[in-house]
Each structure stands twice: as C-alpha cells, then as structure tokens.
Design a protein around this ligand. Sequence first.
Ligand code: AMP
Length: 406
Amino acid sequence: MKVLVINCGSSSIKYQLLDMENEELLSKGLLEKIGINGSNLQHKKGSKKHVIEKEIKNHVEGLKLIINALVDKEIGVVSDINEIDAVGHRVVHGGKIASSLRVTDEVLKAVQDNTFLAPLHNPPNLQGIKAAKEVLPDIPHIAVFDTAYHQTMPVEAYTYAIPKEFRDKYSIRRYGFHGTSHRYIGKATSDFLKKPIDELKIISCHIGNGASICAIDGGKSVDTSMGLTPLEGLIMGTRSGDIDPAIVPFLQEEEGLSPEEVSNILNKKSGMYALTNNKFLDMRDVENRALVNEPLCKTAHSIYEYRIAKYIGAYAAAMNGVDVIVFTAGVGENSPLLRRNVINKYMGYLGAGVDLEKNECRGVSRDISADDASVRVLVIPTNEELMIARDTEEIVKNNLEELHLS
Ligand code: AMP
C-alpha cells in the first residue's frame, strides 16, 4: 500500500509518499509560500532535490502540483495517480478525540469545532484535508491527531486548578502535543530494547524548535509537558514554556499590552531568543557559543537544560520510576552537549549516566548509556510521518473507522 502523508500549514504543504510494503520513503517535499509571491516546490526523489517555481494560489492548486511531481516521468516515483492508495493527514488539535480516524463529515466538523483550541493550526489542517479530498476523491483519507495519544493521561495530570466553571465552559485542561512523535518513540524504544512496551517506563524527550517531554508508562502517555496549548513546559526556540501566570496580567497592566500582544511575546519573542537578548533561536548558534564559554549563551543553555532536567525528574516521580530516557527531534538527536549536560549533571541520582564516547553521535538510533548505568539513555530519530502512514494503513487495510491508540 502506498500512503501519501500530508501536513498543511497556512501557506505550506509538507508531504511524504511511503510504500508500506517495506515502510520505504519514496519521495518527500515541501511546497512553500502558497498564496504569497514566490511559491516554490522542493521535491525530493531519493537524494536528488528538484525545485519547481510556480505561482500557487491555494491548497488545491498546491496539491495538484505535488501530485504532478509524484507522477512525473522524470522526477516522479509512481507512474499513475491510482497507485496512491490512501492519504494520512496530520491534525494538530483533536480535543478529546483519542483515536486516529477515517475522515468523514463528522470528523471535519470536530476539527472545525476544536479550532478555538488551536486557532493557528487547525484551520490550515482542515483546509488541507478538504483540498486533498477534492484532488484525490476516490481514496480514503485518515486524520491523525497530535493530541490523541495523551488522552490516556489521568485526572491528576490533565487538570488545572482553576474554577470548574471555566474548565467546563471552555474545555480547559492539559491536552499535550507531539503525541504522534512520542507514540513513535515509545514503540521504537520497545523494539530497540527488545522488551514489551507494557513492561517499560519511558521518558520521551522531543527536543526540537518546539519541545515537549512525555511520561510513557506501559505504552500509555501518563503526563506531558505541553498543556492546553504548546506554550507550556520546556523552554523552546521562541516560546517561554512555564512561567508564573501572574506575569501575564502584570505585563498587561504595566506595559498597557493587549492579550494578543502578550501572547505574541510569550510565543514568538521569548525562549532561547529572549535568553540570548534577541540574538539566536537556533540551538546550533547558542551551542557553538556556549561551547567556547560565551557568557550569555552559556547561561541561556544552562537555563534550557535545567528545565529539561526538572521535567525528567518530575516524570520519574509521576511513574514512580523510569527504565529509559530517550532523546529525539532536532536538538535531541543532534546535540551531544545537551544530552551529556542534562543526564550527567542532574540524573546521577536516578542511576542514569551518558558515556561520552557513545554520546558523540547525530541522527542515529543508539544506546548512549554508561556501562554501569541502571537507567538506559537512548537516542532515537523520530518519524511522525511513518507513524501517520502506519495508522492510515491499519485503518484502511482492516476497513476500520477508527484506530485506538493504546
Ligand atoms: P526540529 O524542530 O525538530 O526540526 O529541530 C530544530 C532544532 O534542532 C533547531 O533549533 C536546530 O538548531 C536544532 N539542531 C539541528 N541540528 C543540530 C545540531 N547539530 N546541534 C544542535 N542543535 C541542532
């Protein structure tokens, strides 16, 4: 079965075509600047990248361009559009949805209804599904939600101690994000260690530009650091992560700022960008300077890693133990410095330690634990698209309407 995986932003479409026979990636690409001057498609066949520059007005036109590239005689990977068997869609906010779902009118309505929880992400996701159904009307479309995996969290983990009236009226609770990545990491960790997932307590650290940590007990998400929105938890590229909520009304009053302005500051002007005095948000820039003891970046990096360590400690407590800590995503997969500092500075008491030689790796699956460690530390590259394609295949092959995630 060949599955097209689509991730739509407001002006972009990311895609991958996978052959699920052997989980082989046939092609991937990114269409940028939809509806803006200078739209272009970067399409990959094998290691070869092809750039097509063409004005693209909307997502329907964009998907047609992508399909044309996929079936093209020279740069394509299938000979006919009919070779694509199904489409898997990444959807950011599913609210209380706990499964991956075959797209129906009801599912589209649910994505629409959850827009108030993810006003930046759900509308383009919805637009993408509608456009793909228009361009590929005869094959199944499956929605896979970033939030769904975390619906197993217990009441202690998902409840905010604010008046019930508001919790009920606005569905305010912890939802968590990066669920598809954390679920992939749970399974990949169990495969790597050759141990059943129900026997493992895993702390999955997805540390990229956006970052979150998940406590996975017996294969289920029992807590995660992002909350109602992706703003809570770890320090990120431009997001503050946890702060005292009293800072919000304080800034509004003292600086005469609107709610939108404060939200913009916390989402777009905080995090590493703020800690480096508005200089850097890419971790490589911060690390390179921290490594040569540039004071600002060294302190920023210490604050960043301290927050990660605090969450790992919290989740070891939440699960009453931990067997394995896994690093993934852009920074987690590629930064020996971060892994070494988080684990060797703070996690000795848990029985975790990183071997400095094994830790010198990037973008590979590897056990980087010190020989005498009782808690394993792994690096595993995440693969959200593959997880979406697996769900899509399972729903379609077994003719299901929904796939329960745990
Ligand atoms: P992601 O959001 O998962 O794509 O991750 C993006 C982040 O990974 C950016 O902050 C990059 O700077 C960071 N990153 C990528 N490669 C490295 C590296 N070699 N060392 C440290 N950070 C990296």
